[in-house]
Design a protein around this ligand. Structure first.
Ligand code: SF4
Ligand code: SF4
Length: 383
């Protein structure tokens, strides 16, 4: 099976919100023009013919405005035809109006927005009034039929309120995608918010238990992805797959980077879409070489780990940027990944090889006892 290609377009690094732990947005800065979008399309058309997901990220991508999306979305679809193009967007939805919602709906752009829990908790982390503005955007999206999931960033403080956060997601019927607050790799602002890896591991196990206990009122996308990875024996999201050469980000000025997280970091720039670099030219860049060295490091370092096939050392950004690009360690969240993958694997083995798990699976019925990993897998298949 071909690996789907992922192109991240960063129309701007500007964002009207001021989240306390965010280090990837700016107050000012350029906005991508349509000539750059066309250059990105033309560059990608010459690079490969793989199915592609194009994700608009930021900063806040809606800052680019309705004219941008009304022109860019068809330009991308037509310029990359006949391959399959899927879209996605990550946005706080503050700027969503009828016109923007209509164009997102017309091109089937699902949006991941951000709420960290109940309003008091969310606004303490993301700024006063954030919840109200995002909820208004979600309502606008709903009216137009734009699909919305909710990214929940867990910080060192909010993790103490995890019961209230899960309750909030269940009460509102929001699909959760969780994200651990990371230490800043560009400056020291978010250090007090960063979620330590051990706590992140505990949180994942807690969320697994919650998800299994509340199958009708809770859906957590990360848990689905982790369980699926163990079943299919390969990573199904970028953190656990080899993103080198299958993911690129294009910044507002057309600069090419390995992923949105690197945008604006000069030492990770791989060229410009305006120059239409070939794959060989991209492979010769320092950024590519550093990620390739990380891949080699993982092959050796993680060899004894039973999860290597579907973990692949985690996210290279997390691993490489703190060391100035030297592959001297894996993603610092290794502790968390090992914890949750151990938990899923061990529970699965107990379910399959203990009790009546294997017989139930062969008979197509639910094993006796409380819902477990196999029941979750059956639910995912039947969705
Ligand atoms: S660098 Fe990390 S976040 Fe970026 S695509 Fe790779 S795994 Fe994903
Ligand atoms: S859990 Fe840790 S040791 Fe195992 S593959 Fe992932 S990063 Fe490597």
């Amino acid at each position: 099976m071909k690996t789907p290609f992922h192109l991240m377009l960063i129309p701007t690094l500007r964002c009207p919100a001021r989240c306390a732990y965010c280090w990837s947005s700016e107050h000012t800065g350029p906005v991508m023009d349509l000539e750059t979008v066309w250059a990105a399309v033309d560059w990608l058309a010459g690079l490969n013919d793989d199915p592609v997901t194009v994700t608009f990220h930021g900063g806040e991508p809606l800052v680019a405005g309705p004219e941008f999306y009304e022109a860019a979305l068809p330009m991308i679809e037509e310029g990359l035809a006949p391959r399959t193009v899927a879209f996605a967007m990550q946005s706080n939805l503050w700027l969503l109006d009828d016109r923007l919602a209509a164009v997102l709906a017309a091109h089937r752009v699902p949006v991941g927005t951000s709420l960290d829990g109940p309003p008091d908790l969310n606004d303490a982390q993301r700024g006063k009034g954030y919840t109200e503005r995002t909820r208004a955007g979600m309502e606008m999206a709903r009216r137009h039929g734009v699909q919305v999931s909710v990214i929940c960033t867990f910080t060192a403080q909010s993790v103490l309120e995890r019961d209230a956060i899960v309750g909030f997601f269940r009460e509102n019927g929001f699909v959760m995608k969780l994200h651990p607050a990371l230490p800043s790799l560009r400056d020291d602002r978010p250090e007090p918010y960063a979620l330590p890896p051990e706590e992140y591991g505990e949180l994942l196990v807690y969320l697994l238990d919650q998800y299994l206990a509340h199958p009708d009122t809770l859906r957590i996308m990360n848990i689905d992805d982790l369980v699926k990875s163990v079943f299919v024996r390969r990573g199904t999201v970028c953190t656990f797959a080899d993103c080198l050469g299958t993911t690129f980000a294009v910044g507002p000025d057309g600069g090419i980077y390995p992923c949105y997280r690197f945008v604006g970091m000069e030492e990770w720039r791989m060229g410009s879409v305006r120059d239409r670099p070939t794959r060989a030219e991209l492979e010769a860049t320092q950024a590519w070489q550093r990620l390739a060295a990380f891949r080699t490091f993982v092959d050796e370092h993680c060899r004894p780990c039973r999860h290597i096939r579907y973990c692949r050392g985690g996210c290279p950004y997390n691993a490489l940027v703190p060391t100035g690009g030297e592959a001297t360690g894996v993603d610092p969240h290794c502790v968390a990944y090992r914890r949750i993958y151990d938990e899923i694997t061990d529970r699965l083995n107990r379910e399959m090889f203990g009790g009546d798990g294997m017989e139930a699976m062969l008979m197509g019925r639910r094993p006796a006892g409380p819902p477990g990993i196999m029941a979750l897998m059956q639910r995912m298949v039947s969705r």
